[in-house]
Structure formats: C-alpha cells, structure tokens
Write a protein that binds this ligand. Structure first.
Ligand SMILES: Cc1cc2nc3c(=O)[nH]c(=O)nc-3n(C[C@H](O)[C@H](O)[C@H](O)COP(=O)(O)O)c2cc1C
Length: 204
C-alpha cells in the first residue's frame, strides 16, 4: 500500500499542499494549507479560526490533501474560490483534477491553542489526522517544501551582499534571517545545516 514516505514526504517536514473539503451543501472547497508529515500515515495541520477548511472539517472529518506545483491552483484557491470544474470525486472525497498525487485523510482530533506572534493573538487549531488512501497520478513528482527555495534565495543575497551599499546589505541580511526562520519551521536536518552555514558566513 502507498504511504507518505512513498510519495516523498519525510517525517517532521512541512509541505505546502491544497486541501479539499466538502461544505454543508455538499460543495467542494480548496485552500492552500501546510501539512506536517508525522509518520507514514499520520499528519498534522495548523488551521486558523475562520477558514472554511476548519469549518468544513468540523462538519465532515474526511478531506483530501492534493499535491501540486500549479501556481494558478495556488493563487485561485487563495485569492478566490477554485471553480467546481477543477474537482472530481474519489470515493466520497473531492480531489483536484490537476493534482500530481493526492491522499484522503480523516480528522482524529482538533485542539484549540492560543498563539501570539508579530500580528497579535490568534486561535490556532491543531488538527491530527490519519491518512487513508494515497493516489499517484503523475510520475516523478515531488511534494512541495519551501526550505530549498529559502536556501536558494538566501544564497542569491549572499552572493550579492558585498556588491551593494550598506542600506541594501542590511535589507539582504534581514531577508536571510527571515528565510532562516522559515527553514527552521518547514525544513529537515540537511536544510537546517545548510542554513546554518549561510548564517555563519553572514556573520563573518
Ligand atoms: C502556501 C500557503 C500555505 C498556507 N498554510 C496555511 C495553514 O497551514 N493554515 C491556515 O490556517 N492557513 C494557511 N494558509 C492560508 C489559507 O490558505 C487562506 O486563509 C485561505 O483563504 C483559506 O481558505 P478557506 O477559507 O477556503 O479554507 C496558507 C496560505 C498559503 C498561500
């Protein structure tokens, strides 16, 4: 049976996916959501209050995690509503037709926690879920993890930092530190090691 490791998801890493759920009226909804791989068949989501995704999961615990790199699916499901023509059904779950792969999952628990960050206080819902079926549609795809992109962006800044004026250099340095926070949140051991080398170089 296919599992998350088989589709390239590693324990502890956070992947950017599109989650499809079903609302009260039986209509599909899609939203970009980060999925943390906890085990071969276990995931965790962190959902902010007020999302349709959370609302739908409280009504119907079954959902689909779609793996895609399609920029228009990401944009259209964030800024607007992805039109119903993008969806198809697998058993009782909506999935996105253009996805490279998808897996169905069932919510096991939802726990509310209060979070405080730069933006202020907000309620975060920790959703634990079990994976049911994993379906691969395209060969040679990879789940989307942002760590490598943050490392590449940081390297581009590092390679230019000595050529620019002090103000620009401090903007670059600030951006690299932001990238480092991202890598620590979503990346694996090697990503974190690579980012540490970049930060050490920045200090020199
Ligand atoms: C790449 C990406 C990742 C996101 N990850 C999350 C997440 O993990 N949790 C969350 O609550 N919102 C996340 N968001 C924001 C939601 O996708 C956004 O609030 C969306 O409008 C929710 O749609 P919905 O109301 O249809 O559920 C993410 C957005 C993007 C672009």
């Amino acid at each position: 049976m296919n599992d998350l490791h088989f589709i390239g998801m590693e324990k502890g890493l956070l992947y950017e996916t599109i989650i499809s759920t079903e609302n009260e009226a039986g209509e599909p909804n899609a939203a970009p959501i980060g999925v943390i791989c906890k085990d071969k068949m276990k995931i965790v989501l962190y959902l902010y209050d007020g999302t349709h995704t959370l609302q739908n999961l409280k009504l119907n615990p079954r959902f689909t995690v779609n793996i895609t790199h399609d920029p228009l699916i990401f944009v259209n499901s964030t800024i607007g509503d992805l039109s119903t023509r993008h969806f198809e059904k697998y058993h009782d779950n909506f999935y996105i037709k253009g996805a490279d792969a998808f897996f169905t999952a069932t919510v096991k628990s939802i726990k509310e926690v209060e979070k405080e960050d730069k933006i202020g206080k907000s309620v975060l819902n920790i959703v634990k879920a079990d994976v049911n079926d994993v379906v691969i549609k395209e060969k040679n795809f990879q789940p989307l993890n942002r760590a490598i992109f943050a490392i590449i962006e940081s390297l581009v800044y590092i390679s230019r930092i000595e050529m620019v004026d002090n103000t620009t250099a401090s903007i670059y340095s600030h951006r690299i530190k932001e990238m480092s926070r991202l890598v620590n949140r979503v990346g694996g051991v090697e990503h974190k090691e690579a980012m540490k080398l970049i930060l050490d170089h920045l200090k020199e």
